[in-house]
Ligand binder design. Structure first.
Ligand code: FES
Length: 168
């Protein structure tokens, strides 16, 4: 018989240390993932999703473009539909705006407030943005709308990562 017998106290210590470590790992992993995810997301900026929008049909009036893709989150896959407001500016360049309000994250709509036509309007706290996505001073949002990266292939609009607002 071995002389290395494990006392009841040691057994309890090992077990509690193991269970404690397992629980700590379970709590730390999501935090780690949360911290690292933006880095991974930024490096995945080359992923573009084909929309049904023909670039030739875009005008100077913002058009709502829905686009869907399958999102894989670890082992969980889900279908996601995103919205973009897209138009061509005076130089003929495409502007693709993300509709997430920069105040508290509601979804803005184009031209839905009769008192302030031809602006993006957020119904949650009456935030407003001009057509190019600039926040209207005196309304709750303090930043302009984010934008989507985009590319054009075979006359079709492809949308990519959400990036901070920049001049088109
Ligand atoms: S969430 Fe848009 S104004 Fe508050």
């Amino acid at each position: 018989m071995s002389k290395h017998r494990v006392s009841r106290r040691q057994f309890l210590n090992y077990t509690l240390t193991g269970v404690g470590g397992f629980m700590a790992a379970g709590m730390l992993m999501p935090m780690l993932r949360f911290a690292v995810d933006p880095v991974l997301e930024a490096s995945a900026g080359g992923n573009f999703v084909a929309t049904k929008q023909k670039v030739a049909d875009l005008t100077d009036k913002p058009t709502r473009v829905n686009f869907s893709f399958t999102q894989k989150d670890a082992w969980y896959e889900s279908d996601v539909t995103n919205i973009a407001w897209v138009y061509k500016n005076n130089d003929g360049k495409i502007v693709a705006l993300n509709p997430t309000c920069k105040h508290l994250g509601c979804t803005v709509d184009w031209n839905t407030n009769k008192d302030h036509p031809n602006q993006f309007f957020c119904p949650c706290h009456f935030g407003r943005y001009t057509k190019d996505g600039t926040n209207v001073p005196g309304t709750p949002p303090l930043k302009p709308l984010d934008m989507y990266e985009y590319k054009v292939k075979d006359g079709i609009l492809y949308l990519g990562a959400v990036v901070p607002h920049k001049e088109a």
